[in-house]
Design a protein around this ligand. Structure first.
Ligand SMILES: [Zn+2]
Ligand SMILES: [Zn+2]
Length: 382
């Protein structure tokens, strides 16, 4: 719990308190009046974050409403931050750029050539989202998505490897020169579209096991309900069959009663299915928590792409901090994997599905050139 203690110490110090760590995960706080009022504390208070606590100390933990109260104190602070990472000076370069690129680029219908390499810096954006999925059970989590704003690359893996560095390295405010050199931010609409697509994909991945388990429970309950009602119905049908051919007032009344019973069983079965649907319906809420703009050194490769007679330049960054190259740019699709097809007209790089044949006329077309419909027959993109 000492992480929580350090967090609380820093937070209350920001609000004018003096905080003194004591042994056994305790914290002594001298709180100014506004803070006393906000948190319901006396002027001098002892907080305990561990299991063993003296009677005078207030227990603080992840349970209860303390996190909400600290959150209220935090307000909108800390939603956005920027920092620079890595040593000053020229970034390290990979030993064999061609080999690195060979690993990064998989272009089945085009060729590439390395045209140049520059030591520079880039602006990355990391966005944190909290999600919660609620059905008959609940799952919650935090996930990060990241982009290199200069090259457009998705940085899932690079970011994952950078996380330990973020925790270990001293916080460095970005140098104004570096900030200028790193290039502009994205337009809000571009950022929103790209973030939404990545987020959708990642949340689906994260929730897949939970969804599968929920579906299994639903299936099990549905089978049970079905079996139970099917047995009842079959018994009634059998009784009806036995009455077949019998005449007179009593068999007629019995037949009528069984028919009503079958109808009632069917109604009850439908109602039980509705209950199950309601019980297992899943609601997923995703909330943006934090944005971090990160300035990092990179080796930028200038790569010439050639498809038939046409050519085009693209840029890919190698990240010396994690010794890793990012995936190539992608103008249609998520761009997480490294295979790209190149289109004939504008040499767009897309995921293979972005050049797939049209479902109506069977001719391939580039979804980056024409996102909504096939340019040949006008069929809508699926
Ligand atoms: Zn078509
Ligand atoms: Zn295209």
């Amino acid at each position: 719990m000492s992480e929580l203690r350090d967090f609380v110490a820093q937070l209350v110090e920001r609000h004018g308190a003096a905080a003194e760590p004591l042994e056994a995960d305790r914290l002594e706080v001298l709180a100014p009046q506004p803070l006393q009022k906000a948190l319901g504390w006396p002027e001098l208070v002892e907080l305990s974050f561990g299991a063993n606590r003296p009677a005078r100390a207030i227990p603080i933990g992840l349970e209860g409403d303390w996190l909400d109260r600290f959150g209220a104190l935090l307000g909108e602070h800390g939603r956005w931050a920027e920092r620079q990472l890595g040593p000053k000076g020229a970034p390290e370069a990979p030993g064999s750029p061609e080999r690195v690129l060979d690993h990064a680029l998989d272009l089945p219908n085009a060729v590439w050539r390395l045209r140049g390499q520059t030591a520079t810096c880039t602006r990355c954006l990391m966005l944190a989202f909290r999600y919660s999925a609620l059905s008959d059970e609940k799952r919650e989590g935090l996930l990060w998505i990241g982009f290199n704003l200069a090259t457009g690359a998705v940085l899932d893996e690079v970011m994952a490897r950078m996380q330990p560095l973020l925790a270990a390295e001293q916080w460095q405010a970005p140098d104004p020169d570096i900030r200028r050199k790193a290039g502009p931010r994205w337009e809000p609409a571009v950022l929103q579209a790209r973030a939404r697509a990545q987020l959708d994909h990642r949340i689906r991945l994260e929730l897949e096991p939970f969804l599968r388990a929920t579906r299994r429970r639903l299936e099990r309950d549905r089978n049970r309900v079905h079996e139970y009602h099917e047995d009842l119905r079959e018994a009634s049908i059998k009784r009806l069959a036995a009455l077949n051919g019998a005449r007179g007032e009593k068999p007629e009344a019995d037949r009528r009663r069984e028919q009503l019973r079958v109808a009632a069983i069917e109604r009850e079965y439908q109602a039980k299915l509705d209950d199950l649907r309601h019980h297992y319906a899943m609601r997923v809420v995703v909330e943006w928590v934090q944005a971090l703009e990160l300035y990092v050194p990179v080796q930028r490769f200038d790569v010439l792409i050639r498809r038939r007679k046409a050519e085009r330049h693209i840029r890919l960054d190698w990240h010396p901090l994690v010794r890793m190259i990012e995936p190539p740019p992608c103008e249609w699709g998520l761009g997480i994997k490294r295979t790209r097809l190149v289109c004939d007209d504008k040499l767009h790089l897309t995921e293979p599905a972005g050049q797939a044949p049209c479902q109506a006329c069977a001719r391939p077309w580039c979804r980056a050139c024409s996102p909504a419909r096939c340019p040949r027959c006008g069929a809508a993109a699926s």
